[in-house]
Design a protein around this ligand. Sequence first.
Ligand code: MG
Length: 157
Amino acid sequence: MNRIGLGRDLHRLVPGRRFLLGGVEIPFDKGALAHSDGDVLIHAIIDALLGAAALGDIGEMFPDSDPAYKDADSMELLKTTFNRIKAQGRKLINLDCIIICDEPKILPYREKICTTLAEALEIDIGQISIKGKTNEGLGPLGRGEAVEALAVCLLEC
Ligand code: MG
């Protein structure tokens, strides 16, 4: 049996924070406001993985009320999550993601993000898809006040 999982996250963008996507730092004058390092893409992927395995969500697994996760490295949270998935005997088949923000542009960093995630999730780069979308200047995403990520994954059980 295969199991599908869906994840979504959004963070406000503020000056003085790093802009991290999929474990890759992108030069930008703002970054995600968060208890952790604010890697919105990894957070969406974690929720997709947990959703596919019916293991709850990121907020339950890594509570933002827990000082242990203050400025937490999201890549480490992803590896912890993936280890739980693997411990259930499940295998990741593919991952498809969308990042929504008008700025910065995602395309120049797409390959590096895919390579970084493929390594962390022990899959081939051809099993990961990342797409950057703009919000056409509309709303907080279009004004550069927030960044949103969506992820869907398929697990083989
Ligand atoms: Mg988050």
